[in-house]
Ligand binder design. Structure first.
Ligand code: AFP
Length: 357
């Protein structure tokens, strides 16, 4: 293996050589994040034997019940990266406020933003989960950051990526030069490059959405999904398949591998919330990867990476996939659409056809 494949370390060093002025701090930070991901992978793989399944019995700033592994994964991210002098501060899904480094550790020039364990409702049922991370430049390197320092557009990301803890553990990342995937060799404890310059397949044959929320969707999303469901006999003139893992990382990995479209739109359940997913540590890093893979990521009305964040835990509507498909959904947001008021099964072309007298 060592002679045939490029390791993550080798890949990062080769990338750095393209930038003669680079200090190596970014690489060092990415490798510390990779170490945290290996530790998390280990705990996830141990399942019930690791003693970390189940609820931690407390609620995070999002109002979500934390799993024991959410807290452990957060600690792994913090402990693996706080000491090295590469970060100035961090924001985590699991922490109400930005994490400030303990006294004695040097403050670096990067900000680290992460969701340590995404899709954590899947842990107890042994379905893939992941970690998502994003690296930004600290506006004031060398000192503790303030909350506003993290409120940067997604276009400012220096690196973004995720780890997926599935049948195999992988890290998929981009430093702005395409998207590359690395698979963990559990015997060597090393990530090896297994897919280079990933491109999203242009034609979407699958869509991913939590259909249980359908009654709350906006008209544009109602229209898009109903057209997919209509299949060959509808306006799209082809059949679509549907998937929903309830883990953004797993959904992204499938779409980067075999294509498709993802939607977690804003809905009318809680009109004050602009969506469910979090902008800084879910939507932005995934949007960065998707664009780097040739796709598009949007709120439905705007390119995701152009959104100016207003809060570190801000939620947002998130749609991504092949560019043409995302453009179609954005167009639908600009057009009027009246969703049918009765279920298709009871309409004239449906199974339970109404008798016309
Ligand atoms: P958790 O980490 O709380 O399980 O949330 C996962 C997530 O943020 C994202 O990964 C999924 O796409 C989405 O939520 C699933 O949402 P539903 O529970 O509404 O299906």
């Amino acid at each position: 293996m060592l002679t045939e494949r490029t390791t993550l370390v080798q890949f990062l060093i080769e990338e750095r050589r393209r930038h003669p002025g680079a200090s190596g701090e970014l690489n060092s930070l990415i490798l510390d994040v990779a170490l945290a991901c290996k530790a998390i992978a280990n705990r996830v793989a141990s399942g019930a034997l690791g003693g970390a399944l189940g609820s931690a019995g407390q609620v995070n700033v999002q109002g979500e019940t934390q799993q024991k592994l959410d807290i452990l994964a957060n600690d792994y991210f913090v402990r693996a990266t706080e000491w090295c002098g590469d970060v100035a501060g961090m924001v985590s899904e699991e922490l109400d406020d930005p994490y400030l480094l303990p006294d004695g550790y040097p403050r670096g020039k990067y900000l680290l933003v992460f969701d340590p364990l995404d899709g954590s409702s899947n842990i107890d049922v042994n379905v893939s989960v992941g970690s998502i991370f994003s690296i930004l430049r600290a506006p004031n390197p060398g000192i503790d950051p303030v909350r506003d320092d993290f409120l940067q557009r997604g276009t400012e990301q220096v690196c973004a990526g995720y780890a997926i803890y599935g049948p195999s553990t992988m890290i998929v990342l981009s430093v702005g030069t395409g998207v590359h995937a690395f698979t963990l060799d559990p015997n060597l404890g090393e990530f090896f490059l297994t897919r280079e310059s990933i491109k999203i397949p242009a034609a979407a044959k699958e869509f991913a959405i939590n259909a249980s929320n359908q009654r709350f969707w906006e008209p544009a999303v109602q229209r898009y999904v109903s057209e997919c469901l209509a299949g060959k006999s509808g306006p799209r003139q082809r059949d679509f398949n549907m998937r929903w893992v309830a883990s953004l990382v797993a959904e992204t990995h499938r779409i980067l591998t075999r294509g498709g479209i993802f939607l977690y739109p804003r809905d009318s359940r809680a009109p004050a919330k602009a969506g469910k997913l979090r902008l800084l540590y879910e939507a932005n890093p995934i949007a960065f990867l998707i664009e780097q893979a040739g796709g598009a990521a949007s709120t439905g009305r705007q390119r995701m990476l152009d959104v100016v964040p207003s809060d570190i835990h801000q939620r947002i509507s998130f749609i991504f996939g092949p560019s043409e498909e995302v453009a179609r959904i954005e167009e639908y947001h600009d057009q009027p659409y009246e969703p049918p008021t009765t279920l298709p099964l009871y309409k004239t072309r449906g199974l339970f056809r109404e008798e016309v007298s």
